[in-house]
Design a protein around this ligand. Structure first.
Ligand code: ATP
Length: 305
């Protein structure tokens, strides 16, 4: 039986394989571990095909797994019943079927299937669809459909909310409103597990980010410290006769002084910049892409200065 301090999600050694004997088999999820604490917002990041949606859909009980232990709100999603399903909210990557129903009819119909739903009108307003309340759902724009998906995911007052790329198609203003909505849900005690390709969204919302690559977790931690202490070491970059040079150093002022001393008579260092790697830079290096001007550690790069 679940206690209130047990994690909302606990995954160990999750495996999911796709394919057949003709096409061959491929592990989409290859031994993944994941914990989500009660009241936490966790963002799962990873390149296309990393296994994020497969993992989320297994946790939601919509996909079967080949191996591993999965506990979501105290139950194995493979065996959990209707009472469990009423405790989770789901915003899937693909919009649900749309119909002749209006926005308010659709949200009301969904609310009716939960024991303690939120007020449909309040939910519609919270996702910014108040002006579309009587519009038919099939006539909504892409971003408006996505907002409706979010409304349907939260109207049941879930304890745990899964959001798979929730803000795809949102304009910048709608994205910010959505962030406010999500942090408000967290403040009310909702646990949230989301996937996103927007690094600013992860930085803004997540207590913890989990980076998935090739079906396994390659790094996790709070957005500010992801990648370990050295990952945010400042980077000094400059142009040296048409070649871009970089130096990662905890003493960027000394590096700049050295460059100025070595510069020509006007003391100018072409293309000089000093920056601290962003979450995006750290993420790209974790998934094996080298971001521009990310630089090597100072010790590997001394001759460049
Ligand atoms: P994205 O960021 O593009 O949404 P993702 O990280 O969510 O990607 P998944 O959708 O979980 O990745 O896919 C992981 C891998 O499994 C991919 O190689 C994908 O092609 C494959 N895959 C996913 N669903 C199926 C399926 N139903 N049948 C066969 N292969 C699948």
């Amino acid at each position: 039986m679940q206690t209130s301090d047990s994690p909302a999600v606990r995954v160990r050694g999750l495996r999911k394989r796709y394919g057949n004997t003709r096409t061959g088999f491929k592990d989409a999820v290859a031994g993944l571990d994941l914990d989500v604490g009660r009241g936490e917002i966790v963002a799962v990041l990873g390149p296309n095909g990393a296994g994020k949606t497969t993992t989320i859909e297994i946790l939601e009980g919509f996909r079967d797994r080949d191996d591993g232990d999965v506990v979501v709100l105290g139950e194995d999603p493979r065996e959990a019943g209707r009472a469990w399903r009423a405790r989770i909210g789901v915003v899937m990557q693909d919009s649900r079927d749309l119909s002749e129903l209006t926005v308010v009819e659709k949200v009301r119909a969904t609310a009716a299937s939960y024991p303690d739903p939120r007020d449909p009108a309040e939910v519609i307003a919270a996702v910014g669809l108040a002006e579309k309340v009587k519009a038919r759902t099939r006539g909504l724009s892409g971003g408006q459909r996505r907002r409706l998906d979010v409304a349907l995911g939260i109207v049941g007052r879930p304890e745990l909310l899964f959001l798979d790329e929730p803000t795809t198609g949102f304009d910048p203003q709608a994205r910010r409103s959505f962030w406010d909505l999500v942090t408000g849900l967290r403040d009310d005690g909702t646990t949230i597990l989301l996937t996103t390709h927007y690094l600013d969204e992860a930085a803004q919302l997540a207590d913890r980010v989990v980076v998935v690559r090739d079906g396994v977790v390659v790094a996790e931690g709070p957005p500010d410290t992801l990648g370990g202490p050295g990952a945010r070491t400042p980077v000094v970059a400059w142009d040296d006769g048409g070649v871009r040079r970089t130096e990662r150093t905890d003493r960027p002022t000394a590096a700049v002084a050295r460059l100025i001393a070595a510069a020509g008579p006007d003391g100018e260092v072409p293309g000089l910049s000093v920056s601290r790697p962003t979450l995006e830079d750290v993420y790209l290096s974790l998934i094996g892409e080298t971001p521009a001007d990310y630089g090597k550690p100072a010790d590997d790069n001394k001759e460049a200065a």
